[in-house]
Design a protein around this ligand. Structure first.
Ligand code: B12
Ligand code: SF4
Length: 460
Protein backbone atom coordinates (compact mmCIF):
# COMPACT_ATOMS: atom_id res chain seq x y z
CA UNK A 1 0.00 0.00 0.00
CA UNK A 2 1.26 3.51 -0.82
CA UNK A 3 0.67 6.13 1.87
CA UNK A 4 1.52 9.85 1.88
CA UNK A 5 1.46 11.59 5.28
CA UNK A 6 1.36 15.39 5.36
CA UNK A 7 1.83 18.03 8.04
CA UNK A 8 0.58 21.20 6.32
CA UNK A 9 1.93 24.56 7.43
CA UNK A 10 0.37 27.89 8.19
CA UNK A 11 1.17 30.63 5.67
CA UNK A 12 3.87 32.32 7.75
CA UNK A 13 5.96 29.16 7.89
CA UNK A 14 6.21 29.00 4.10
CA UNK A 15 6.95 32.67 3.43
CA UNK A 16 9.37 33.14 0.53
CA UNK A 17 10.74 36.24 2.31
CA UNK A 18 11.52 35.08 5.81
CA UNK A 19 11.41 31.73 7.67
CA UNK A 20 11.22 31.96 11.48
CA UNK A 21 13.31 29.30 13.22
CA UNK A 22 10.40 28.09 15.34
CA UNK A 23 8.97 26.24 12.34
CA UNK A 24 12.19 24.32 11.78
CA UNK A 25 12.55 23.11 15.33
CA UNK A 26 10.51 19.92 15.64
CA UNK A 27 9.75 17.10 13.18
CA UNK A 28 6.20 15.72 12.74
CA UNK A 29 6.26 13.29 15.62
CA UNK A 30 2.51 12.53 15.49
CA UNK A 31 2.74 11.32 11.88
CA UNK A 32 5.94 9.33 12.55
CA UNK A 33 4.06 7.69 15.45
CA UNK A 34 1.21 6.69 13.13
CA UNK A 35 3.60 5.49 10.40
CA UNK A 36 4.92 2.90 12.84
CA UNK A 37 1.64 0.96 12.46
CA UNK A 38 2.20 0.40 8.73
CA UNK A 39 3.84 -2.81 7.58
CA UNK A 40 7.31 -3.44 6.09
CA UNK A 41 5.75 -3.82 2.61
CA UNK A 42 3.95 -0.50 2.75
CA UNK A 43 5.51 2.40 0.90
CA UNK A 44 5.12 5.40 3.21
CA UNK A 45 6.56 8.92 3.20
CA UNK A 46 6.14 11.95 5.47
CA UNK A 47 5.98 15.46 4.01
CA UNK A 48 6.31 18.45 6.34
CA UNK A 49 5.38 21.72 4.69
CA UNK A 50 7.14 23.67 7.46
CA UNK A 51 10.48 22.57 5.99
CA UNK A 52 9.78 21.69 2.36
CA UNK A 53 7.67 23.01 -0.48
CA UNK A 54 4.85 20.70 -1.49
CA UNK A 55 4.24 22.09 -4.98
CA UNK A 56 5.51 19.67 -7.53
CA UNK A 57 5.41 16.81 -4.99
CA UNK A 58 1.70 16.53 -4.20
CA UNK A 59 0.27 17.91 -7.46
CA UNK A 60 -0.06 14.56 -9.20
CA UNK A 61 0.55 12.29 -6.21
CA UNK A 62 -1.91 9.36 -6.23
CA UNK A 63 -1.20 7.07 -3.25
CA UNK A 64 -3.77 4.59 -1.91
CA UNK A 65 -4.20 6.74 1.18
CA UNK A 66 -3.28 10.25 2.23
CA UNK A 67 -3.09 11.13 5.93
CA UNK A 68 -3.22 14.80 6.93
CA UNK A 69 -2.67 16.16 10.43
CA UNK A 70 -4.78 19.26 11.09
CA UNK A 71 -3.93 22.03 13.56
CA UNK A 72 -6.22 25.03 13.78
CA UNK A 73 -3.75 27.40 12.11
CA UNK A 74 -3.13 25.04 9.22
CA UNK A 75 -6.74 23.87 8.81
CA UNK A 76 -7.40 25.97 5.71
CA UNK A 77 -4.30 24.57 3.98
CA UNK A 78 -5.10 21.04 5.18
CA UNK A 79 -8.57 21.19 3.64
CA UNK A 80 -7.19 22.61 0.39
CA UNK A 81 -4.79 19.67 0.09
CA UNK A 82 -7.49 17.19 1.11
CA UNK A 83 -9.92 18.50 -1.51
CA UNK A 84 -7.27 18.25 -4.23
CA UNK A 85 -6.43 14.64 -3.31
CA UNK A 86 -10.10 13.67 -3.20
CA UNK A 87 -10.66 15.24 -6.62
CA UNK A 88 -8.00 12.79 -7.88
CA UNK A 89 -9.86 9.88 -6.26
CA UNK A 90 -7.39 9.35 -3.38
CA UNK A 91 -8.80 8.29 0.01
CA UNK A 92 -8.23 11.09 2.52
CA UNK A 93 -7.87 10.55 6.30
CA UNK A 94 -7.89 13.63 8.55
CA UNK A 95 -7.02 13.70 12.26
CA UNK A 96 -5.43 15.78 14.96
CA UNK A 97 -6.46 18.54 17.34
CA UNK A 98 -8.60 20.64 15.06
CA UNK A 99 -10.48 17.66 13.60
CA UNK A 100 -11.30 16.61 17.16
CA UNK A 101 -12.56 20.12 18.02
CA UNK A 102 -14.68 20.53 14.88
CA UNK A 103 -15.39 17.10 13.36
CA UNK A 104 -18.25 18.24 11.13
CA UNK A 105 -16.12 20.92 9.52
CA UNK A 106 -13.32 18.41 8.82
CA UNK A 107 -15.66 15.63 7.65
CA UNK A 108 -16.66 17.76 4.65
CA UNK A 109 -13.10 17.39 3.34
CA UNK A 110 -12.35 13.75 4.22
CA UNK A 111 -13.32 10.14 3.57
CA UNK A 112 -12.52 9.29 7.18
CA UNK A 113 -11.86 11.38 10.26
CA UNK A 114 -10.28 10.54 13.60
CA UNK A 115 -11.30 11.99 16.94
CA UNK A 116 -8.67 12.12 19.69
CA UNK A 117 -5.29 10.39 19.86
CA UNK A 118 -4.64 7.81 17.12
CA UNK A 119 -2.94 4.91 18.91
CA UNK A 120 -6.16 2.87 19.23
CA UNK A 121 -8.26 4.03 16.25
CA UNK A 122 -5.58 4.18 13.56
CA UNK A 123 -4.63 0.46 13.64
CA UNK A 124 -8.34 -0.50 13.63
CA UNK A 125 -8.93 1.70 10.60
CA UNK A 126 -5.89 0.27 8.80
CA UNK A 127 -7.23 -3.26 9.26
CA UNK A 128 -10.66 -2.14 7.94
CA UNK A 129 -9.11 -0.25 5.03
CA UNK A 130 -7.07 -3.27 3.96
CA UNK A 131 -10.27 -5.35 4.11
CA UNK A 132 -11.93 -2.79 1.82
CA UNK A 133 -14.60 -1.49 4.17
CA UNK A 134 -14.12 1.25 6.74
CA UNK A 135 -16.23 3.68 8.79
CA UNK A 136 -16.31 7.42 8.14
CA UNK A 137 -15.37 8.27 11.71
CA UNK A 138 -13.20 6.63 14.37
CA UNK A 139 -13.40 7.84 17.96
CA UNK A 140 -10.58 7.11 20.40
CA UNK A 141 -11.52 5.60 23.75
CA UNK A 142 -8.72 3.22 24.78
CA UNK A 143 -5.75 5.20 25.97
CA UNK A 144 -2.46 3.48 26.54
CA UNK A 145 1.14 3.91 25.46
CA UNK A 146 2.12 0.38 26.44
CA UNK A 147 3.56 -1.75 23.64
CA UNK A 148 3.65 0.96 20.96
CA UNK A 149 5.72 0.12 17.89
CA UNK A 150 8.92 2.23 17.69
CA UNK A 151 8.32 5.63 16.07
CA UNK A 152 9.38 5.70 12.38
CA UNK A 153 12.11 8.30 12.85
CA UNK A 154 13.77 7.00 9.69
CA UNK A 155 11.01 8.81 7.74
CA UNK A 156 12.00 12.17 9.25
CA UNK A 157 14.46 14.33 7.33
CA UNK A 158 16.68 14.96 10.37
CA UNK A 159 18.93 17.55 8.74
CA UNK A 160 16.05 19.97 8.24
CA UNK A 161 15.32 20.36 11.97
CA UNK A 162 17.28 22.00 14.74
CA UNK A 163 15.79 19.59 17.27
CA UNK A 164 15.30 16.23 15.54
CA UNK A 165 15.44 14.49 18.93
CA UNK A 166 12.05 15.68 20.11
CA UNK A 167 10.27 13.04 22.15
CA UNK A 168 6.99 12.54 24.04
CA UNK A 169 6.79 9.96 26.80
CA UNK A 170 3.40 10.95 28.26
CA UNK A 171 0.16 12.21 26.73
CA UNK A 172 -2.07 14.97 28.07
CA UNK A 173 -1.88 16.57 31.47
CA UNK A 174 -3.50 16.13 34.91
CA UNK A 175 -4.77 19.75 34.97
CA UNK A 176 -7.80 21.38 33.35
CA UNK A 177 -7.03 24.97 32.36
CA UNK A 178 -9.91 26.72 30.62
CA UNK A 179 -8.02 27.82 27.51
CA UNK A 180 -6.17 24.56 26.87
CA UNK A 181 -6.82 22.11 24.02
CA UNK A 182 -6.39 19.09 26.20
CA UNK A 183 -9.82 18.41 27.77
CA UNK A 184 -11.51 18.62 24.36
CA UNK A 185 -8.90 16.42 22.71
CA UNK A 186 -8.94 13.67 25.33
CA UNK A 187 -12.73 13.49 25.89
CA UNK A 188 -14.02 9.93 26.14
CA UNK A 189 -11.03 8.34 27.86
CA UNK A 190 -8.01 9.01 30.06
CA UNK A 191 -6.59 12.51 29.63
CA UNK A 192 -3.20 11.86 31.18
CA UNK A 193 -1.14 8.69 30.80
CA UNK A 194 2.48 7.70 30.51
CA UNK A 195 4.74 5.21 28.77
CA UNK A 196 6.41 2.51 30.81
CA UNK A 197 9.65 3.94 32.19
CA UNK A 198 11.73 1.23 30.49
CA UNK A 199 10.11 1.94 27.12
CA UNK A 200 10.78 5.66 27.53
CA UNK A 201 14.43 4.99 28.41
CA UNK A 202 14.78 2.65 25.44
CA UNK A 203 13.37 5.36 23.14
CA UNK A 204 15.87 7.86 24.56
CA UNK A 205 18.67 5.37 24.05
CA UNK A 206 17.76 5.05 20.37
CA UNK A 207 18.23 8.79 19.81
CA UNK A 208 21.68 9.79 18.54
CA UNK A 209 23.69 12.72 19.93
CA UNK A 210 23.27 14.53 23.27
CA UNK A 211 20.32 16.90 23.02
CA UNK A 212 16.67 15.99 23.70
CA UNK A 213 13.52 18.08 23.76
CA UNK A 214 10.55 16.58 25.62
CA UNK A 215 7.34 17.90 24.03
CA UNK A 216 5.16 16.48 26.80
CA UNK A 217 2.61 18.97 28.08
CA UNK A 218 3.72 18.29 31.66
CA UNK A 219 6.71 15.99 32.01
CA UNK A 220 6.51 16.18 35.84
CA UNK A 221 2.75 15.41 35.85
CA UNK A 222 3.12 11.90 37.31
CA UNK A 223 5.73 12.20 40.05
CA UNK A 224 6.51 8.50 40.32
CA UNK A 225 6.98 8.11 36.58
CA UNK A 226 9.07 11.29 36.31
CA UNK A 227 11.32 10.39 39.26
CA UNK A 228 12.07 6.90 37.84
CA UNK A 229 12.65 8.36 34.38
CA UNK A 230 15.12 10.93 35.71
CA UNK A 231 16.89 8.29 37.82
CA UNK A 232 17.20 6.13 34.71
CA UNK A 233 18.55 9.04 32.65
CA UNK A 234 21.34 9.90 35.08
CA UNK A 235 24.71 9.20 33.60
CA UNK A 236 23.36 9.08 30.02
CA UNK A 237 25.17 12.35 29.33
CA UNK A 238 22.12 14.06 27.85
CA UNK A 239 21.23 17.75 27.93
CA UNK A 240 17.52 18.36 27.59
CA UNK A 241 14.61 20.75 27.68
CA UNK A 242 11.03 20.16 28.77
CA UNK A 243 7.78 21.73 30.00
CA UNK A 244 6.20 21.59 33.43
CA UNK A 245 3.99 23.56 35.80
CA UNK A 246 4.50 26.00 38.65
CA UNK A 247 3.31 23.61 41.39
CA UNK A 248 5.53 20.76 40.19
CA UNK A 249 8.60 22.99 40.12
CA UNK A 250 7.96 24.15 43.67
CA UNK A 251 7.51 20.57 44.91
CA UNK A 252 10.61 19.09 46.60
CA UNK A 253 13.16 16.80 44.87
CA UNK A 254 11.80 16.25 41.36
CA UNK A 255 13.46 19.32 39.87
CA UNK A 256 16.80 18.37 41.40
CA UNK A 257 16.52 14.85 39.99
CA UNK A 258 15.70 16.31 36.57
CA UNK A 259 18.66 18.69 36.70
CA UNK A 260 20.95 15.84 37.71
CA UNK A 261 19.72 13.93 34.66
CA UNK A 262 20.56 16.83 32.33
CA UNK A 263 17.57 19.24 32.40
CA UNK A 264 18.87 22.66 31.33
CA UNK A 265 15.82 24.67 30.28
CA UNK A 266 12.17 24.51 31.28
CA UNK A 267 9.05 25.90 29.61
CA UNK A 268 6.59 27.03 32.31
CA UNK A 269 3.09 28.46 31.88
CA UNK A 270 3.12 31.43 34.27
CA UNK A 271 0.28 32.82 32.08
CA UNK A 272 -0.33 36.10 33.94
CA UNK A 273 1.16 38.30 36.61
CA UNK A 274 -2.37 39.48 37.50
CA UNK A 275 -3.25 36.91 40.15
CA UNK A 276 -6.97 37.74 39.77
CA UNK A 277 -6.97 36.22 36.27
CA UNK A 278 -6.03 32.73 37.42
CA UNK A 279 -9.30 31.46 38.98
CA UNK A 280 -11.22 32.71 35.91
CA UNK A 281 -9.00 30.46 33.75
CA UNK A 282 -9.23 27.53 36.21
CA UNK A 283 -5.44 27.67 36.42
CA UNK A 284 -5.68 26.33 39.97
CA UNK A 285 -2.15 24.94 40.12
CA UNK A 286 -0.84 28.52 39.81
CA UNK A 287 -3.18 30.20 42.31
CA UNK A 288 -1.40 31.63 45.34
CA UNK A 289 2.06 30.57 44.10
CA UNK A 290 5.09 32.78 44.37
CA UNK A 291 6.36 33.10 40.79
CA UNK A 292 9.58 34.68 42.04
CA UNK A 293 10.24 31.49 44.01
CA UNK A 294 9.62 29.39 40.86
CA UNK A 295 12.27 31.33 38.95
CA UNK A 296 14.75 31.21 41.86
CA UNK A 297 14.28 27.47 42.27
CA UNK A 298 14.95 26.82 38.59
CA UNK A 299 17.98 29.09 38.54
CA UNK A 300 19.34 27.54 41.75
CA UNK A 301 19.12 24.15 40.06
CA UNK A 302 21.03 25.51 37.05
CA UNK A 303 17.94 25.40 34.80
CA UNK A 304 16.96 28.26 32.46
CA UNK A 305 13.33 29.28 32.20
CA UNK A 306 11.15 29.96 29.17
CA UNK A 307 8.06 31.54 30.72
CA UNK A 308 4.81 31.68 28.79
CA UNK A 309 2.42 34.61 29.29
CA UNK A 310 -1.08 35.20 27.94
CA UNK A 311 -2.38 38.76 27.45
CA UNK A 312 -5.98 39.88 27.25
CA UNK A 313 -7.63 38.04 30.13
CA UNK A 314 -10.53 40.00 31.60
CA UNK A 315 -8.46 41.33 34.51
CA UNK A 316 -5.79 42.77 32.18
CA UNK A 317 -5.65 46.52 31.53
CA UNK A 318 -3.33 48.41 29.16
CA UNK A 319 -0.56 48.40 31.80
CA UNK A 320 -0.21 44.60 31.72
CA UNK A 321 2.43 44.53 28.94
CA UNK A 322 5.00 46.84 30.53
CA UNK A 323 4.46 45.28 33.97
CA UNK A 324 4.94 41.77 32.61
CA UNK A 325 8.12 42.67 30.72
CA UNK A 326 9.52 44.55 33.74
CA UNK A 327 8.79 41.56 35.97
CA UNK A 328 10.45 39.16 33.54
CA UNK A 329 13.59 41.26 33.14
CA UNK A 330 13.84 41.88 36.89
CA UNK A 331 13.60 38.14 37.59
CA UNK A 332 16.18 37.26 34.95
CA UNK A 333 13.94 35.11 32.72
CA UNK A 334 16.17 33.88 29.91
CA UNK A 335 13.30 33.68 27.40
CA UNK A 336 9.60 34.50 27.42
CA UNK A 337 6.82 33.56 25.04
CA UNK A 338 3.88 35.97 24.81
CA UNK A 339 0.43 35.13 23.50
CA UNK A 340 -2.80 36.97 22.88
CA UNK A 341 -5.54 34.95 24.56
CA UNK A 342 -7.19 32.78 21.90
CA UNK A 343 -10.44 30.88 22.50
CA UNK A 344 -9.88 27.59 20.66
CA UNK A 345 -13.05 25.76 19.57
CA UNK A 346 -13.89 22.94 21.96
CA UNK A 347 -12.38 24.62 25.02
CA UNK A 348 -14.25 25.90 28.06
CA UNK A 349 -12.83 29.34 27.27
CA UNK A 350 -14.48 29.24 23.84
CA UNK A 351 -17.85 28.39 25.38
CA UNK A 352 -17.48 31.19 27.93
CA UNK A 353 -16.46 33.75 25.29
CA UNK A 354 -18.91 32.67 22.57
CA UNK A 355 -20.79 35.99 22.42
CA UNK A 356 -17.55 38.00 22.22
CA UNK A 357 -15.85 36.10 19.40
CA UNK A 358 -15.28 38.31 16.36
CA UNK A 359 -14.72 35.79 13.55
CA UNK A 360 -13.76 32.24 12.68
CA UNK A 361 -10.85 32.85 10.37
CA UNK A 362 -8.73 30.00 11.73
CA UNK A 363 -5.60 31.39 10.04
CA UNK A 364 -5.68 34.16 12.62
CA UNK A 365 -6.10 31.86 15.63
CA UNK A 366 -2.34 31.83 16.05
CA UNK A 367 -2.19 33.67 19.42
CA UNK A 368 -0.81 36.74 17.66
CA UNK A 369 -4.14 38.20 16.54
CA UNK A 370 -7.09 39.42 18.58
CA UNK A 371 -10.10 37.27 17.68
CA UNK A 372 -12.50 38.36 20.48
CA UNK A 373 -13.65 41.56 22.18
CA UNK A 374 -11.36 42.18 25.14
CA UNK A 375 -12.75 43.74 28.37
CA UNK A 376 -10.01 45.81 29.95
CA UNK A 377 -8.66 47.48 26.79
CA UNK A 378 -9.38 47.83 23.09
CA UNK A 379 -8.41 45.18 20.55
CA UNK A 380 -5.87 47.63 19.14
CA UNK A 381 -4.26 48.21 22.54
CA UNK A 382 -4.07 44.45 23.03
CA UNK A 383 -2.44 43.88 19.66
CA UNK A 384 0.03 46.79 20.00
CA UNK A 385 0.90 45.85 23.56
CA UNK A 386 1.61 42.25 22.56
CA UNK A 387 4.13 43.25 19.87
CA UNK A 388 5.66 45.88 22.18
CA UNK A 389 6.17 43.26 24.88
CA UNK A 390 8.21 41.11 22.48
CA UNK A 391 10.26 44.08 21.31
CA UNK A 392 10.94 45.35 24.83
CA UNK A 393 11.75 41.99 26.36
CA UNK A 394 14.22 41.07 23.62
CA UNK A 395 16.07 44.41 23.37
CA UNK A 396 19.78 43.92 24.01
CA UNK A 397 19.40 46.32 26.98
CA UNK A 398 16.73 44.08 28.57
CA UNK A 399 18.66 40.89 27.86
CA UNK A 400 21.75 42.42 29.43
CA UNK A 401 19.83 43.67 32.49
CA UNK A 402 18.15 40.28 32.96
CA UNK A 403 21.50 38.51 32.82
CA UNK A 404 23.49 41.00 34.86
CA UNK A 405 22.82 39.73 38.40
CA UNK A 406 23.88 36.15 37.57
CA UNK A 407 27.16 34.30 38.18
CA UNK A 408 29.58 34.56 35.22
CA UNK A 409 28.76 31.33 33.35
CA UNK A 410 25.00 31.69 33.91
CA UNK A 411 25.25 35.25 32.61
CA UNK A 412 27.07 34.09 29.49
CA UNK A 413 24.51 31.35 28.97
CA UNK A 414 21.64 33.82 29.32
CA UNK A 415 23.20 36.16 26.74
CA UNK A 416 24.02 33.35 24.32
CA UNK A 417 20.65 31.65 24.60
CA UNK A 418 18.32 34.67 24.48
CA UNK A 419 20.48 36.43 21.89
CA UNK A 420 20.79 33.26 19.80
CA UNK A 421 17.03 32.81 19.44
CA UNK A 422 16.04 36.40 18.89
CA UNK A 423 18.99 38.38 17.58
CA UNK A 424 20.29 36.23 14.74
CA UNK A 425 17.11 35.69 12.77
CA UNK A 426 18.69 36.38 9.34
CA UNK A 427 21.28 33.70 10.12
CA UNK A 428 18.56 31.18 11.03
CA UNK A 429 16.74 32.09 7.83
CA UNK A 430 19.88 31.42 5.77
CA UNK A 431 20.49 28.07 7.50
CA UNK A 432 16.87 27.02 6.94
CA UNK A 433 16.96 27.91 3.26
CA UNK A 434 20.16 25.97 2.70
CA UNK A 435 18.72 22.93 4.53
CA UNK A 436 21.59 23.11 7.04
CA UNK A 437 19.78 24.02 10.23
CA UNK A 438 20.90 20.90 12.11
CA UNK A 439 24.47 22.23 11.88
CA UNK A 440 23.58 24.76 14.59
CA UNK A 441 22.68 22.03 17.12
CA UNK A 442 26.19 21.85 18.68
CA UNK A 443 25.90 25.58 19.44
CA UNK A 444 22.57 25.02 21.20
CA UNK A 445 24.09 22.13 23.15
CA UNK A 446 27.04 24.26 24.14
CA UNK A 447 24.83 27.16 25.27
CA UNK A 448 22.68 24.79 27.34
CA UNK A 449 25.73 23.19 28.93
CA UNK A 450 27.20 26.49 30.10
CA UNK A 451 26.19 26.96 33.71
CA UNK A 452 27.69 27.88 37.02
CA UNK A 453 26.35 24.88 38.90
CA UNK A 454 28.40 22.27 37.06
CA UNK A 455 28.74 20.20 40.21
CA UNK A 456 25.04 19.42 40.51
CA UNK A 457 25.20 16.14 38.59
CA UNK A 458 27.55 14.69 41.17
CA UNK A 459 25.86 16.17 44.25
CA UNK A 460 22.29 14.92 43.84
C1 B12 B 1 5.73 20.73 18.72
C2 B12 B 1 4.60 21.72 18.71
C3 B12 B 1 4.66 22.76 17.78
C4 B12 B 1 5.78 22.88 16.78
C5 B12 B 1 5.62 22.06 15.50
C6 B12 B 1 4.43 21.16 15.33
C7 B12 B 1 4.81 19.75 14.87
N1 B12 B 1 5.97 19.57 14.27
O1 B12 B 1 4.02 18.86 15.02
C8 B12 B 1 5.75 24.39 16.42
C9 B12 B 1 6.80 25.08 17.26
C10 B12 B 1 5.97 24.73 14.95
C11 B12 B 1 4.37 24.77 16.88
C12 B12 B 1 3.80 25.95 16.49
C13 B12 B 1 2.54 26.32 16.88
N2 B12 B 1 1.75 25.71 17.75
CO1 B12 B 1 2.21 24.04 18.59
N3 B12 B 1 2.58 22.51 19.63
C14 B12 B 1 3.53 21.62 19.60
C15 B12 B 1 3.32 20.60 20.74
C16 B12 B 1 4.12 21.09 21.96
C17 B12 B 1 3.68 19.15 20.49
C18 B12 B 1 3.08 18.48 19.24
C19 B12 B 1 3.44 17.02 19.24
O2 B12 B 1 4.42 16.61 18.64
N4 B12 B 1 2.69 16.18 20.00
C20 B12 B 1 2.97 14.78 20.16
C21 B12 B 1 2.31 13.91 19.07
C22 B12 B 1 2.59 12.44 19.33
O3 B12 B 1 0.93 14.13 19.15
P1 B12 B 1 0.08 14.76 17.97
O4 B12 B 1 0.97 15.54 17.07
O5 B12 B 1 -1.10 15.44 18.52
O6 B12 B 1 -0.40 13.47 17.12
C23 B12 B 1 -1.31 12.53 17.66
C24 B12 B 1 -2.80 12.85 17.46
O7 B12 B 1 -3.07 14.22 17.27
C25 B12 B 1 -3.26 12.00 16.34
N5 B12 B 1 -3.26 12.53 14.98
C26 B12 B 1 -2.75 13.66 14.48
N6 B12 B 1 -2.98 13.72 13.16
C27 B12 B 1 -3.63 12.63 12.81
C28 B12 B 1 -4.09 12.19 11.57
C29 B12 B 1 -4.74 10.96 11.50
C30 B12 B 1 -5.27 10.47 10.21
C31 B12 B 1 -4.89 10.16 12.68
C32 B12 B 1 -5.49 8.82 12.60
C33 B12 B 1 -4.46 10.61 13.91
C34 B12 B 1 -3.82 11.84 13.96
O8 B12 B 1 -2.40 10.87 16.38
C35 B12 B 1 -1.11 11.22 16.93
C36 B12 B 1 -0.75 10.10 17.89
O9 B12 B 1 -1.70 10.02 18.90
C37 B12 B 1 1.77 20.77 20.97
C38 B12 B 1 1.28 20.37 22.34
C39 B12 B 1 0.89 18.90 22.34
N7 B12 B 1 1.02 18.31 23.47
O10 B12 B 1 0.50 18.29 21.36
C40 B12 B 1 1.54 22.25 20.63
C41 B12 B 1 0.22 22.66 20.01
C42 B12 B 1 -0.17 21.65 18.98
N8 B12 B 1 0.52 23.93 19.34
C43 B12 B 1 -0.45 24.79 19.39
C44 B12 B 1 -0.39 26.09 18.84
C45 B12 B 1 -1.53 27.02 19.21
C46 B12 B 1 0.66 26.48 18.03
C47 B12 B 1 0.84 27.85 17.38
C48 B12 B 1 -0.39 28.49 16.75
C49 B12 B 1 1.42 28.73 18.51
C50 B12 B 1 2.04 30.01 18.18
N9 B12 B 1 1.52 31.07 18.69
O11 B12 B 1 3.03 30.03 17.49
C51 B12 B 1 1.94 27.57 16.32
C52 B12 B 1 1.40 27.30 14.91
C53 B12 B 1 1.26 25.84 14.55
C54 B12 B 1 1.15 25.53 13.09
N10 B12 B 1 2.23 25.15 12.44
O12 B12 B 1 0.10 25.65 12.49
C55 B12 B 1 -1.64 24.22 20.11
C56 B12 B 1 -2.70 23.75 19.10
C57 B12 B 1 -4.08 24.24 19.32
C58 B12 B 1 -5.02 23.70 18.25
N11 B12 B 1 -6.28 23.59 18.65
O13 B12 B 1 -4.66 23.37 17.13
C59 B12 B 1 -0.95 23.09 20.96
C60 B12 B 1 -1.87 21.94 21.32
C61 B12 B 1 -0.39 23.75 22.23
C62 B12 B 1 -1.43 24.15 23.23
N12 B12 B 1 -1.42 23.57 24.40
O14 B12 B 1 -2.27 24.98 22.99
N13 B12 B 1 3.83 23.85 17.71
S1 SF4 C 1 -1.16 22.86 32.73
FE1 SF4 C 1 -0.71 23.33 30.55
S2 SF4 C 1 -1.12 21.41 29.41
FE2 SF4 C 1 -2.04 21.21 31.45
S3 SF4 C 1 -4.20 21.77 31.16
FE3 SF4 C 1 -3.07 23.64 31.83
S4 SF4 C 1 -2.39 24.67 29.95
FE4 SF4 C 1 -3.04 22.57 29.39
Amino acid sequence: MRVTMILPALTEATSPLFRPIKYSLFPPLGLATLAAYLGPDDDVRILDEHVQRLDGIVDDDTPDLVVIQVYITSARRAYELADAYRARGVTVALGGLHVTSLPEEAAAHADVIFIGPGEDTWPSFLADFRRGSYASRYVSSERTLVGLPPIRRDLIQRGRYLVPNSIVVTRGCPHHCDFCYKDAFFTGGKSFYTQLVDDALAEIDRLPGRHLYFLDDHLFGNKRFAASLFDGMRGMGRVWQAASTVDAILAPDLLEKAAAAGLRSMFVGLETINAGNLPEQRKRQNVGRDYGAVVRRLHDAGVMINASFVFGMDGDGPDVFDRTVAWGVEHGLETATFHIMTPYPGTALHRRMASRILHEDWDLYDTRHVVYEPRGMTAEQLSDGYWRAYRDFYRWGSIWRGASGKPARDRLRHLAYAGGWKKFEPLWDALIRSGQVLRALPLLERALSLRSRQDLQSRV
